[in-house]
Write a protein that binds this ligand. Structure first.
Ligand code: AMP
Length: 120
Protein backbone atom coordinates (compact mmCIF):
# COMPACT_ATOMS: atom_id res chain seq x y z
CA UNK A 1 0.00 0.00 0.00
CA UNK A 2 1.19 3.53 -0.77
CA UNK A 3 2.31 4.95 2.60
CA UNK A 4 0.41 8.16 1.86
CA UNK A 5 -2.91 6.29 1.54
CA UNK A 6 -5.47 7.46 4.15
CA UNK A 7 -7.05 4.28 5.54
CA UNK A 8 -9.91 6.32 7.00
CA UNK A 9 -11.19 7.79 3.74
CA UNK A 10 -14.88 7.18 3.08
CA UNK A 11 -14.38 4.60 0.30
CA UNK A 12 -12.01 2.58 2.52
CA UNK A 13 -14.84 2.54 5.09
CA UNK A 14 -17.29 1.35 2.43
CA UNK A 15 -14.86 -1.43 1.45
CA UNK A 16 -14.61 -2.50 5.11
CA UNK A 17 -18.46 -2.43 5.32
CA UNK A 18 -18.26 0.19 8.07
CA UNK A 19 -20.68 2.36 6.11
CA UNK A 20 -23.22 1.21 3.50
CA UNK A 21 -23.29 1.82 -0.22
CA UNK A 22 -25.78 1.13 -2.99
CA UNK A 23 -23.84 -1.60 -4.78
CA UNK A 24 -24.34 -2.00 -8.52
CA UNK A 25 -21.80 -4.73 -9.42
CA UNK A 26 -18.52 -6.15 -8.15
CA UNK A 27 -15.80 -8.62 -9.05
CA UNK A 28 -12.68 -9.91 -7.29
CA UNK A 29 -10.78 -6.63 -7.34
CA UNK A 30 -13.39 -3.97 -8.09
CA UNK A 31 -16.62 -2.47 -6.71
CA UNK A 32 -19.22 -0.25 -8.41
CA UNK A 33 -21.79 1.72 -6.40
CA UNK A 34 -24.06 4.73 -6.78
CA UNK A 35 -22.71 8.21 -6.03
CA UNK A 36 -24.47 9.62 -2.96
CA UNK A 37 -24.81 13.04 -4.62
CA UNK A 38 -25.59 12.24 -8.28
CA UNK A 39 -24.67 14.83 -10.92
CA UNK A 40 -26.64 13.03 -13.68
CA UNK A 41 -29.55 10.54 -13.85
CA UNK A 42 -26.93 7.76 -13.80
CA UNK A 43 -23.87 8.45 -11.65
CA UNK A 44 -21.86 5.44 -10.59
CA UNK A 45 -18.45 5.22 -8.95
CA UNK A 46 -16.09 2.37 -9.77
CA UNK A 47 -13.23 1.70 -7.34
CA UNK A 48 -10.49 -0.90 -6.90
CA UNK A 49 -10.85 -2.94 -3.70
CA UNK A 50 -7.15 -2.52 -2.91
CA UNK A 51 -5.73 0.77 -1.67
CA UNK A 52 -4.73 3.23 -4.40
CA UNK A 53 -4.84 6.97 -3.94
CA UNK A 54 -5.55 8.11 -7.49
CA UNK A 55 -5.31 7.21 -11.18
CA UNK A 56 -1.53 7.64 -11.24
CA UNK A 57 -1.04 5.39 -8.20
CA UNK A 58 -3.37 2.72 -9.64
CA UNK A 59 -1.90 2.68 -13.13
CA UNK A 60 1.68 2.73 -11.79
CA UNK A 61 1.35 0.25 -8.92
CA UNK A 62 -1.72 -1.86 -9.65
CA UNK A 63 -1.26 -5.35 -11.07
CA UNK A 64 -2.31 -6.37 -14.57
CA UNK A 65 -5.06 -8.46 -12.96
CA UNK A 66 -6.39 -5.46 -11.05
CA UNK A 67 -6.29 -3.28 -14.16
CA UNK A 68 -8.06 -5.93 -16.21
CA UNK A 69 -10.67 -6.48 -13.51
CA UNK A 70 -11.25 -2.74 -13.12
CA UNK A 71 -11.94 -1.97 -16.77
CA UNK A 72 -13.95 -5.18 -17.18
CA UNK A 73 -16.27 -4.02 -14.40
CA UNK A 74 -16.54 -0.53 -15.90
CA UNK A 75 -17.58 -2.23 -19.15
CA UNK A 76 -20.15 -4.39 -17.33
CA UNK A 77 -21.63 -1.36 -15.58
CA UNK A 78 -21.99 0.37 -18.96
CA UNK A 79 -23.96 -2.66 -20.17
CA UNK A 80 -25.89 -3.00 -16.90
CA UNK A 81 -27.07 0.61 -17.23
CA UNK A 82 -27.63 0.27 -21.01
CA UNK A 83 -25.36 3.21 -21.77
CA UNK A 84 -23.64 1.74 -24.85
CA UNK A 85 -25.71 3.42 -27.54
CA UNK A 86 -26.70 6.78 -26.03
CA UNK A 87 -23.26 7.38 -24.55
CA UNK A 88 -21.74 8.41 -21.25
CA UNK A 89 -18.82 10.21 -19.66
CA UNK A 90 -16.01 8.82 -17.49
CA UNK A 91 -14.19 11.24 -15.19
CA UNK A 92 -11.42 10.73 -12.69
CA UNK A 93 -10.30 13.59 -10.45
CA UNK A 94 -6.80 13.56 -9.01
CA UNK A 95 -5.14 15.71 -6.37
CA UNK A 96 -5.61 19.38 -5.65
CA UNK A 97 -5.84 20.60 -9.23
CA UNK A 98 -8.26 17.81 -10.08
CA UNK A 99 -10.40 18.71 -7.02
CA UNK A 100 -10.34 15.11 -5.78
CA UNK A 101 -12.44 14.86 -2.59
CA UNK A 102 -12.00 11.20 -1.71
CA UNK A 103 -8.38 9.98 -1.81
CA UNK A 104 -9.15 6.45 -3.01
CA UNK A 105 -8.92 6.02 -6.80
CA UNK A 106 -12.32 6.04 -8.50
CA UNK A 107 -13.88 6.82 -11.83
CA UNK A 108 -17.23 8.53 -12.17
CA UNK A 109 -19.48 6.99 -14.83
CA UNK A 110 -22.16 9.50 -15.80
CA UNK A 111 -25.04 9.17 -18.22
CA UNK A 112 -28.78 9.10 -18.76
CA UNK A 113 -28.98 12.53 -20.41
CA UNK A 114 -26.89 14.83 -22.57
CA UNK A 115 -24.10 15.92 -20.22
CA UNK A 116 -23.21 19.15 -22.02
CA UNK A 117 -19.67 20.36 -22.67
CA UNK A 118 -16.81 18.75 -20.77
CA UNK A 119 -15.86 21.64 -18.46
CA UNK A 120 -17.58 24.84 -17.41
P1 AMP B 1 -14.14 13.17 -6.20
O1 AMP B 1 -14.31 14.64 -6.11
O2 AMP B 1 -13.80 12.71 -7.59
O3 AMP B 1 -13.18 12.63 -5.16
O4 AMP B 1 -15.57 12.54 -5.94
C1 AMP B 1 -15.97 11.94 -4.75
C2 AMP B 1 -17.39 11.52 -4.93
O5 AMP B 1 -17.76 10.65 -3.88
C3 AMP B 1 -18.43 12.66 -4.94
O6 AMP B 1 -19.13 12.65 -6.18
C4 AMP B 1 -19.35 12.33 -3.76
O7 AMP B 1 -20.70 12.61 -4.01
C5 AMP B 1 -19.10 10.83 -3.60
N1 AMP B 1 -19.35 10.30 -2.26
C6 AMP B 1 -18.91 10.80 -1.08
N2 AMP B 1 -19.31 10.01 -0.07
C7 AMP B 1 -20.00 9.00 -0.61
C8 AMP B 1 -20.67 7.86 -0.09
N3 AMP B 1 -20.70 7.60 1.24
N4 AMP B 1 -21.30 7.02 -0.95
C9 AMP B 1 -21.29 7.28 -2.28
N5 AMP B 1 -20.67 8.33 -2.84
C10 AMP B 1 -20.03 9.18 -2.02
Amino acid sequence: MNHLYDVNNIFAKILRSEIPCKKILENNFTLAFSDINPQAPIHILVIPKNSYINFYDFTKNGSIKEHESFWKLVNEVIEHCKLESDGFRIITNSGNNGNQEVPHFHVHLLGGENLGRMIG
